[in-house]
Design a protein around this ligand. Structure first.
Ligand code: 3TV
Ligand code: ZN
Length: 501
């Protein structure tokens, strides 16, 4: 059965049962990653990790702050638990360690590794332009502002923040030696030992200000899409001997099992990025010329609104109600009245418009369907798209616009978010739309866009107080709109898309 056939409650129940009964999973064979979703349905769902961090997915975001970590320098007097859970080697971390530079406090829980095998030093989970590193370290943190512990946070969309460190074979690494020297004591599954604390910061690359950021998931079952991923741009190195120790010492089988199964190649393959973008905190160097700058949500809203009021007003003039899905009686009846209300509402609002009002299309009436107060859930947006497309094609008037909408807007977002101005329309998509407009108008909008972009840095801090936040408390970087979160309903954005046909 397909992932989307389940309700969110059923997904959680299935996952709960699988976790409770300890449904076995491995990286190869009949319980390998292609079979994970049988017991762990989220593994077949959206927002999965790891991903291949490709240049084409990158957007520079000047608002991304350097990562700041607190109390990472542990004293040798503090005991840490080093364990083999059959899937990885893990160090449990004290709750005084946390990330302080995210909108919530994310408290450290554990760190662990993924690696290749003795003959194949290629076992990182994240890849960069298809390059796989020898290994990868994950420092797992949970949102302690909102959740009491890791278990409460693990299935919440704003629950976890993981720092990913890419590891290459090269120079010897003294910090890694601090725990590698103990791994002979945890050769088999479920073995654990106590070891002295050390400086966990020394496991991270020197620069914490350069990183990739995206919304993703646990890379292991149950694959909850609950992780705010930070993958550092710069890798660290360990020596060949150190890599060998990691790759050859451990087993995923119990000490008493007749056949010892080596613990190696414990990485998941890259997952589809789908509509996601990867934000980057840095702009210069290593082939990053031409990288797009993410537009602030306000800028995007303003631009989308500008486009929207013109295009949809023209549509409505031609009888937008005819384009709506059948069964939307309330809409049909209410449309004219609503539009009248909106006209007067928008007339008042247009005085406050920040973008150049002359950008409105000629003959437009100033209205926004998303603000119409109509029961949006009753709409079938896929059907609406088809009807819009069909109707405009018939009218022979807006062919380029329709093409632009189809090519740039619909795939990247969906009509619902476009109409509601909730979208985080990427700059290229906006420019694409501009191409379908009369030259003078496009130029003018482009100028406003550039101006707005130049002010973006100043705007963003103030905006954080007034604009809706994503579940991660940051201004939404992804193109997929997300709903407000609640603790009791872990993944509302995984709901089947009610507004589709
Ligand atoms: F939280 C985790 C991760 F983020 C855990 S523990 C919770 C699982 C029920 C884990 F085992 C992981 F592997 C990861 S990971 O996504 O960082 N690999
Ligand atoms: Zn991991």
């Amino acid at each position: 059965m397909h992932f989307w056939s389940f309700t969110p409650i059923a997904l959680l129940e299935l996952t709960f049962l699988a976790v409770l009964h300890g449904a076995k999973w491995t990286y190869n064979g009949p319980e390998g990653e292609h079979h994970w979703s049988k017991h762990y349905p989220y593994c077949g769902g959206a927002f999965q990790s790891p991903i291949d961090i490709q240049s084409k997915l990158l957007r520079f975001d000047p608002t991304l702050l350097p990562i700041e970590v607190q109390n990472y320098n542990l004293s040798p007097n503090e005991q840490l638990t080093l364990g083999n859970n059959g899937h990885s080697v893990q160090i449990s971390l004290p709750s005084k360690m946390y990330i302080s530079s995210l909108p919530h406090r994310y408290t450290a829980a554990q760190l662990h590794f993924h690696w290749g095998s003795y003959g194949r030093a290629a076992g990182s989970e994240h890849t960069v332009n298809s390059r796989q590193y020898a290994a990868e370290m994950h420092v797992v943190h949970f949102n302690s502002d909102k959740y009491h512990n890791m278990s409460m946070a693990v299935d919440k969309s704003d629950g976890l923040a993981v720092l990913g460190v890419l590891i290459e074979v090269g120079e010897f690494n003294q910090a890694f030696e601090q725990f590698l020297r103990f791994i002979n004591g945890i050769k088999y599954k479920d073995q654990r030992i106590q070891m002295p604390g050390f400086n966990i910061r020394a496991l991270l690359p020197a620069r914490l200000d350069e990183y990739y950021r995206y919304d993703g998931s646990l890379t292991t079952p149950p694959c909850y899409p609950s992780v705010l991923w930070t993958v550092f741009r710069n890798h660290v190195t360990i020596s060949r001997q150190q890599f060998q120790a990691l790759a050859t010492t451990l087993y995923s089988s119990h000490a008493q099992d007749s056949a010892a199964v080596p613990l190696k190649g414990n990485y998941r393959k890259p997952q589809l990025a789908d509509s996601r973008v990867v934000l980057v905190s840095f702009k210069e160097g290593r082939g990053l010329r031409g990288i797009h700058t993410v537009t602030s949500p306000l800028t995007r809203r303003q631009i989308v609104k500008q486009l929207l009021v013109g295009d949809l007003a023209d549509l409505a003039d031609e009888g937008l109600y005819r384009l709506l899905p059948s069964g939307s009686e309330k809409l049909r009846v209410g449309m004219k009245e609503d539009l009248k209300d909106l006209q007067s509402e928008n007339r008042a609002k247009s005085k406050q418009q920040t973008l150049n009002p002359s950008l409105r299309k000629k003959g437009q009436t100033n209205r926004s369907v998303g603000k119409s107060g109509l029961a949006e859930d009753e709409l079938s947006y896929v059907s609406l798209e088809h009807r819009v497309f069909h109707q405009l094609k018939l009218s022979h008037r807006e062919h380029q616009l329709v093409q632009a909408l189809r090519d740039a807007v619909f795939p990247e977002l969906n009509l619902k978010s476009y109409l509601d101005c909730k979208s985080d329309l990427a700059l290229p998509a906006i420019r694409h739309i501009l191409r379908g407009r009369p030259t003078d108008e496009a130029l003018e909008l482009d100028r406003s866009l550039t101006k707005a972009l130049m002010n973006q840095g100043n705007m963003s801090t103030a905006l954080k107080h007034i604009l809706p936040m994503t579940h991660h408390g940051s201004l939404s970087p992804a193109t997929v709109p997300r709903e407000p979160q609640s603790q009791s309903y872990p993944h509302p954005w995984l709901l089947p898309m009610e507004w589709e046909d």
